[in-house]
Design a protein around this ligand. Structure first.
Ligand SMILES: Cc1ncc(COP(=O)(O)O)c(C=O)c1O
Length: 379
């Protein structure tokens, strides 16, 4: 018999304490009992998001919150900037295109991030830019955006700053208010340790002021509906009741440890994974300047197909890591450090990676990866 260890950057493992809550009988959502859960969930999300802004909760995967932020603040023909550093940056561009928004794409080579100076240059060149879209943690490459630097720039212009924090929230620091991020989109199934099904977004007063003038046709993802319902501590449509209730428990777990302690813990997991990869003679895909604590993208030796590595890890040993996408498919594997993943999970993942690399002919001394990670955990 084999158990499956999920070291993938979403969905992540659901801890037993949350499985217990998810297994409870459902309650009706138009009740004061559920209203109390909704209110607590929104307050807990404000804590993790480090914001006083309103938070709207919806039933969808993370892309729903992204779509809501495109359709609710903009109008067809509006000009925006998209900082594109990987697959999920491309999603912003695709969403803008779908709704007739003119996106000026500033691309970074995969593994790097877009410098804030380039955003400033683009904002200076066109005073009609309505929004700047960024990806807090670019999951396809294991990099971070310079959210703080870009926030410092955008706050002085008329544009709003919209961040996809689907994979990074609760794992890599995001100071929504201090860093002037107007809209943050995220979801339940990554750092928050839950199944997919709840998405949410925070909305600053600067972004809120744009809602009334937005002319994009919309229905389910229309923030006006969520805002109106929220005035009565309600949602416009049936929420993911069970997951919202479990979200309250997940946020309690995060509060018990403290968000900044959690972030420090993930930084250590990331540091150990990087050390292990280097000790095994492998290289890291992300540039040092933008490297993320959310996940580590490791480049496999040229002679070894990364797809084969992760297939053996998963199918033979029950350890699931993520593949590379598009141009890096077959070249990298991605190991997550989020949610309930701890140092023993990382050590197990590295031990398994060593076994599989050895089997596929990579030359190294067995155990050096695990030893390098242990050194980080036990300095
Ligand atoms: C950074 C990022 N943005 C957006 C998404 C899309 O989220 P979903 O698949 O939940 O719609 C993901 C999912 O992996 C992600 O990692």
């Amino acid at each position: 018999m084999k158990r499956l260890l999920l070291l993938t950057p979403g969905p992540t493992q659901v801890p037993p304490r949350l499985c217990e809550v998810l297994g409870r009988p459902i309650i009706h959502h138009r009740t004061s009992q559920f209203q109390a859960f909704l209110k607590e969930a929104a307050e807990g999300l404000q804590y993790v998001l480090k914001t006083k802004n309103d938070v709207y909760i919806m039933a969808s995967s993370g892309t729903g919150a992204m779509e809501a932020s495109v359709v609710s603040f903009l109008s067809p023909g509006d000009k925006v900037i998209v900082a594109e550093a990987g697959k999920f940056g491309e999603r912003w561009t695709g969403l803008c295109k779908a709704y007739g928004i003119e996106a000026q794409v500033i691309k970074a080579t995969w593994g790097k991030s877009v410098p804030s100076a380039e955003i400033k240059k683009a904002l200076d060149a066109d005073k009609n830019i309505k929004a700047v879209f960024i990806t807090h943690s670019e999951t396809s490459t294991g990099t971070n955006a310079d959210v703080e630097g870009i926030g410092q720039v955008v706050k002085d212009y008329g544009a709003i700053l919209i961040a996809d924090a689907v994979s990074g929230l609760g794992v890599q620091d995001l100071q929504t208010d201090n860093w002037h991020v107007d809209v943050v989109c995220s979801a339940s199934h990554k750092g928050l340790m839950l199944p997919p099904g709840v998405a949410f977004l925070s909305v600053s007063p600067k972004a809120d002021a744009l809602i009334a003038s937005s002319k994009i046709p919309k229905y389910y993802f229309d923030i006006r509906k969520y805002k109106k319902a929220w005035a009565q501590v309600d949602t416009p449509f049936t929420p993911s009741i069970g997951i919202v209730i479990a979200l309250v428990e997940s946020l309690k777990m995060i509060k018990e440890v403290g968000i900044d302690n959690m972030l420090a813990q993930y930084a250590r997991l990331a540091q150990a994974t990087r050390a292990a990869a280097l000790a095994l003679g492998l290289s890291l895909f992300a540039d040092k300047s933008a490297i993320s604590n959310v996940l580590t993208a490791i480049v496999m030796p040229e002679s070894i197909d990364a797809g084969k590595v992760l297939k053996i890890m998963r199918d033979t040993h029950g350890i699931s890591v993520a593949p590379g996408q598009d141009a890096v498919k077959g070249k990298i594997i991605r190991i997550a450090h989020m949610g309930v993943i701890d140092e023993y999970d990382i050590l197990t993942g590295i031990a398994c990676l060593e076994k599989v690399l050895k089997q596929l002919g990579h030359k190294f001394e067995m155990g050096v990866g695990v030893a390098a990670a242990q050194k980080v955990f036990n300095p």
